[in-house]
Write a protein that binds this ligand. Structure first.
Ligand code: F3S
Length: 411
């Protein structure tokens, strides 16, 4: 891989130990992936964020790089905190876990991370423009950045993302290159109406299963999906498959037409997906044995203020069933807005708990001993059984709210 004179000097240690290590790692990754060069990036989003997934080795690696003098040279955001940032004790977080989480926090703060702990950095804190090269790791955000914004990022991994942040560069491989951004598989969506909110993550889940890591082109999307719809679609596709980029014709900036989405490629495969397939996908995701629900968890990816308002409206001041926990996960900015609007207090008066800057998948939920988790998230439905140790009910947000009130699935 070609290195500029300055990059060679960094590799020789001219700018210190952390940039030298970062250059060594990125140049090796570049060579393995046959990159010709490193390219500048506008931002980074890290996934070395939670002790639950970083373990001791991840915390120690972050501390080591911070102690070497590692500093981010481009805006660098980070995935959700590994425990409730406002009330980790109230969330039954084990003491040792909390201590390690705080060590991880100190290390990334020392390197200059922007401490908005969220998987939705594109809601304003780290919002690339069309065509920008960035280096992000969170799979749902990567799919969103490529698909909805038309920014360019591969799915980075922990530590490599830190190296990208230190150097402000990434190897020019994968979807950074135009030739690798064209569609490969055609998906014909046979729907004679706009999708309902739960149908977007169901579609994402369906697509991820069919596509794996291939680039799908979805033809037939009706109406104008909201950001939140696309967010949940991308998250589910990136969970059930390793989808980095989808072309949704008429939505994705690079897919104004079918021809533009495929460019010089011909579809190597075609699938049709109907509303019936989405209903079947929904029920495939459900593993519940009966109709009792003791945990309703919303906010995967993190809920926007619009989604919090919607829950507030659906709940209409009713009380949550005493045997059911109802938690909403969001970043601190959405929570602050909910506070300013008086919505947080109203939700809490009903018995809803707002969990700050973390999520059900990357914080310890097992100590609560929940049996059945109900969610509107395809991604949470995918990871929930392993990460929360619960059965899953996947449904629309309106049904989640009704179940939280009654403690049972709506008939
Ligand atoms: Fe975000 Fe956690 Fe879901 S990081 S996408 S809320 S698994």
């Amino acid at each position: 891989m070609y290195l500029t004179h300055e990059e060679k000097e960094i590799l020789g240690g001219a700018k210190g130990e952390a940039p030298r290590l970062a250059m060594e790692i990125l140049s090796k990754i570049g060579e393995i992936n046959e990159a010709e060069r490193l390219i500048p990036i506008q931002s980074v989003h890290l996934v070395l964020h939670a002790y639950k997934s970083a373990f001791d080795a991840g915390v120690e690696a972050a501390e080591k790089i911070a102690d070497m003098g590692g500093k981010f040279t481009v805006p660098t955001t980070i995935d959700p905190y590994g425990m409730d940032a406002e009330d980790w004790r109230g969330a039954k977080t084990p003491e040792h876990y909390a201590e390690m989480q705080m060590r991880l926090e100190n290390a990334v703060m020392k390197m200059g991370v922007l401490p908005v702990w969220t998987c939705t950095p594109y809601y304003g804190f780290n919002a690339p423009r069309f065509g920008d090269n960035v280096a992000w790791s969170e799979s749902s955000a990567v799919a969103y950045a490529n698909t909805v914004i038309g920014a360019r990022t591969n799915r980075q991994t922990a530590i490599v993302d830190i190296c990208c942040g230190i150097l402000g560069k990434t190897p020019e491989t994968g979807v950074h290159l135009q030739k690798n951004r064209y569609g490969e598989v055609l998906i014909r969506l046979n729907a004679d109406r706009e999708l309902k909110s739960w149908e977007y993550p169901a579609l994402g889940y369906f697509l991820g299963k069919k596509l794996g890591s291939r680039i799908g082109v979805v033809q037939g999307m009706k109406g104008s999906p909201q950001h939140e719809d696309l967010k949940s679609l991308c998250a589910a596709a990136a969970a059930s498959g390793s989808v980095t980029l989808l072309h949704i014709v008429g939505v994705t900036p690079e897919a104004r037409t079918l021809e533009e989405a495929f460019g010089p490629n011909k579809p190597v495969e075609e699938y049709a997906v109907s509303l019936k397939d989405l209903t079947e996908t929904r029920y495939d995701l459900c593993t519940n044995k009966d109709d009792t629900v003791d945990f309703v968890a919303l906010g995967c990816p993190h809920y926007s203020i619009n989604e919090i308002v919607r829950v507030h409206d659906l709940l209409g001041g009713r009380k949550i069933n005493p045997g059911t926990a109802f938690w909403i996960y969001a970043n601190s900015y959405a929570i602050q807005l909910a506070e300013k609007m008086g919505i947080r207090k109203s939700l809490e008066d009903s018995g809803v708990v707002i969990r700050a800057e973390t999520c059900m998948i990357i914080s310890p939920v097992a100590p609560w001993g929940f049996k059945t988790l109900m969610t509107d998230s395809g991604k949470c439905s995918y990871y929930g059984p392993a990460e929360c140790g619960t059965d899953i009910v996947f449904a629309g947000v309106d049904e989640c709210v009704e179940a939280a009130v009654s403690g049972r699935l709506p008939k």
